[in-house]
Write a protein that binds this ligand. Structure first.
Ligand code: PLP
Length: 447
């Protein structure tokens, strides 16, 4: 049996209809370097989606792997209750310089969904302990994504992931999210006053009093199809949350660490959330780790004599894993010493121009939008009416398969193709990705 067959004998892959693998077996990757992955047959793939958005600075980055190797010979893991270690302390001290003002306390978990669970439980317990007993509900956006465990799904509203599980999810209320490409007020995201904020005002009026927290993906609803909305919306939301004493949770798992052109999406605003979830880019995609960062005010509500039973009884075995912390410190080393954000900013303008030159005139390209290096190409049936493609045709998936054949990993979100490359991508690599993307689109949709 070859490796593909041995894989399929035992492995159930994530987010996949395994039947699709019959004609399209898994690709066995042997090694990676920079933006490229290499399979066992010597084929090369440009990883334009950063291996599910986590590979921040290229595969096998020597600074990050060096940090992990060095840590590995000291201590691989230690219980994090009552014990600590320098990599965790160093990480918090260094992150403090970058995270939005007011966030000073770090709770560790080992994946993005877990950091969301932590944020939800923390905000609920906080409200209980300051006497706001009626605040038991959560608010979230429509078409939001926060992970796939049951708590995270309860505030995630994409039918694809959540619908089936509705009967067993926590009841939460939704604010209709901004949808700038198909704006219900016919405005433009670059010049609007967030007219759609009225949807938030209506829902807060109805449910704000009994809500403990609202969770959002700031500026970018990733899984919804890389939908982007203006910073002003977050500033308005901050004020509305304050008015109703609702905590604001920023899920920066996808947007953190320079993805949006600034260190964090909230850096595009002049406000801070109460709780922030970080993962993905945190370790550059090297180790599973996440953080739930919060304010001293929230931390204080859990602080007191043991007998009061107000502690936050929440833990994961691998919380604060030293290898993860070492990797995250390595990420900060690279970001700081190699001027990455500035470099990525220049590549971002280059990529925008390139995509617009090559793709914007195509009959099925409805919009090319971008935030930092993240660029999304929304494919539609009709550019004028913005009518969507027939989803049963799985056009995005067809293009994905063609692009893979050409050596580009362009895993789409429905019929939205996107580029979310490692921040170290070069102009030549961008040229290669854009021309392969264009070729794949033409193979499926014609000229
Ligand atoms: C990926 C992601 C998550 C979930 O993280 P996992 O590590 O996959 O559990 C949550 N929120 C957002 C915005 C994400 O992009």
């Amino acid at each position: 049996m070859n490796l593909e067959e041995r894989d399929l004998k035992y492995i159930w892959h994530p987010c996949s209809q395994m039947h699709d693998y019959e004609n399209f077996p898994p690709i066995v990757i042997e090694r990676g370097e920079g933006v490229y992955l290499y399979d066992i047959r010597g084929r090369r793939y440009l990883d334009i989606i950063s291996s599910w958005w986590c590979n921040l600075l290229g595969h096998t980055n020597p600074v990050i792997s060096g940090k992990i190797k060095n840590q590995l010979d000291k201590i691989e893991h230690v219980i994090f209750a009552n014990f600590t270690h320098e990599p965790a302390i160093e990480l918090c001290e260094r992150l403090l310089k970058y995270i939005p003002e007011g966030l000073t306390k770090f709770h560790f978990s080992d994946n993005g969904s877990a950091s969301v669970e932590c944020a939800l439980k923390m905000s609920f317990q906080y409200q209980q302990q300051i006497g706001q007993k009626e605040k038991t509900k959560f608010l979230c956006f429509s078409d939001g994504y926060h992970g796939e465990t049951l708590g995270a799904l309860s505030v995630g509203t994409l039918d694809l992931y959540a619908k089936l599980y509705q009967p067993i999810l926590i009841d939460s209320n939704q604010v209709r999210a901004p949808d700038c490409y198909r704006c219900p007020f016919k405005k433009k995201r670059t010049s609007c006053s967030c007219e759609c904020f009225v949807f938030a005002q209506e829902i807060f009026k109805k449910h704000g009093k009994k809500t403990c927290a609202m969770i959002v993906e700031p500026l970018l609803q990733g899984s919804a199809g890389m939908r982007m909305y203006p910073p002003l919306y977050l500033e308005k939301l901050r004020r509305l949350c304050d008015e109703y004493e609702v905590l604001l949770i920023a899920d920066e798992i996808a947007t953190g660490f320079g993805r949006t052109g600034k260190m964090f999406a909230f850096d595009h605003t002049d406000v801070s959330p109460d709780i922030m979830c970080l993962s993905k880019g945190l370790t550059g995609g090297f180790m599973p780790m996440s953080l739930t960062v919060t304010t001293d005010k929230i931390y204080r509500a859990f602080y007191g004599e043991y007998e009061r039973h107000i502690a936050f009884m929440h833990s994961h075995t691998y919380a604060g894993n030293p290898l993860g912390c070492a990797a995250a410190c390595g990420v900060l080393d690279v970001l700081e010493n190699e001027n990455i954000l500035e470099f990525a900013g220049e590549r971002s303008s280059y990529l925008t121009k390139k995509l617009e030159d090559v793709l914007l005139s195509h009959k099925n390209v409805g919009e090319i939008r971008h935030l930092g290096l993240i660029h999304a190409i929304e494919l539609v049936a009709d550019k004028e009416t913005k009518k969507a493609l027939n989803s049963s045709k799985r056009v995005g998936y067809q293009i994905y398969k063609k692009a893979l054949h050409l050596g580009l990993i362009l895993r789409p979100l429905g019929d939205v193709l996107y580029f979310n490359p490692p921040l170290i991508i070069t102009e030549d690599e961008i040229d290669e990705a854009v021309s392969k993307c264009f070729a794949a689109i033409e193979m499926v949709l014609g000229k």
